[in-house]
Design a protein around this ligand. Structure first.
Ligand code: RRO
Length: 296
């Protein structure tokens, strides 16, 4: 199967952020059968991120406010020097404005198979506001497309009243695909200490509890854009993958489940999905958008 010009053996990707950027992790993910990997978001300059606590597990998912920690684009390129992968490598990038996004993109030209633009971190003020404004989204995507020859995937936020105009703006800017969704802006409190749990106060909610929100966003985008959609949010089983694909996703990303179960979750979900495809005689491409509104 092909998505945004990348040949993939299955529709599974690991989502940005959860497993960092080391070459050994990318190699282990490939061995576990992942179709493509996405790096943590990389910026022009190194960034330390927020103070601890940056992560909290909840009975229904997890919440994080890491604060975009990363070694900067030059440090990242050193980190992956010598990396040999037989699957597509997608590098997630961010910048404070379109010009910075374009600078990071040009430094990565020819170093990976696609870029994913993080327009959607729920607690990095600037990024969230770029991702909530269709004009800014279109401008960032266009500037990045002009600055490199890589396929560009725009990662969208669910933290908007209507995700469709944002997806359409990314498509108009030249995006090759969309990723929906980043985490949902939330708050976790400790009533004994009488503090918000995360040092940043606000965080991004992920895990099983956000699956219906991710599905709704994929469904809405499918009706609004012509480019492929990569679904993400709360996937922990093959049934979740099929739900996202039936709703309109051409591929999916897996994240929070890896925090609890580790990389074994990839082989479990991948093997189960392949079995479902064979038993039901539905190839991956034919799963995309299979569910229609009941009264269409
Ligand atoms: O680093 C983070 O705190 C973070 C990022 Br960049 C993002 O896009 N989404 C998220 O939930 N956390």
């Amino acid at each position: 199967m092909k998505i945004a010009g990348m040949e993939m053996k299955n529709p599974l990707m690991v989502c940005s952020g959860v497993l960092g950027i080391s070459s050994s992790i990318f190699n282990r993910l490939e061995d576990a059968g992942i179709g493509a990997v996405v790096s943590k978001s990389i910026s022009l300059e190194p960034n330390d991120g927020y103070e601890n606590p940056t992560m909290v597990s909840l009975p229904y998912g997890a919440m994080n406010a890491m604060g975009l920690p990363n070694p900067g684009v030059e440090g990242f390129l050193k980190e992956i020097k010598g990396l040999k992968l037989g699957i597509p490598l997608i590098i997630s990038i961010y910048g404070k404005d379109a010009g910075e996004f374009a600078k990071v993109a040009s430094k990565l030209d020819g170093r990976c198979d696609a870029l994913e633009l993080n327009l959607s971190c729920p607690h990095a003020g600037g990024l969230l506001s770029i991702g909530q404004d269709p004009d800014l989204v279109e401008d960032v995507v266009r500037r990045v497309k002009d600055s490199c020859g890589l396929p560009v995937i725009a990662k969208l936020t669910p933290n908007v009243a209507d995700i469709r105009p944002i997806g359409v703006a990314a498509e108009n800017g030249g995006a090759d695909a969309l990723t929906a969704i980043n985490t949902v802006r939330g708050l976790a409190l400790n009533i004994r200490q009488e503090y918000p749990i995360l040092s940043n106060v606000y965080g991004g909610l992920s895990g099983p509890c956000i699956k219906p929100i991710g599905l709704r966003c994929v469904w809405d985008l499918k009706g609004a854009v012509g480019i492929p959609i990569i679904g993400v949010g709360g996937i922990s089983s093959w049934e979740d993958v099929v739900e996202y694909m039936y709703a309109g996703a051409s591929a999916v990303q897996i994240g929070t489940v890896l925090g609890g179960e580790g990389i074994d979750a990839i082989s479990r979900i991948g093997d189960d999905l392949e079995r479902f495809s064979k038993d039901s005689d539905i190839i991956y491409e034919d799963m995309v958008g299979r569910v229609r509104a009941r009264f269409d």
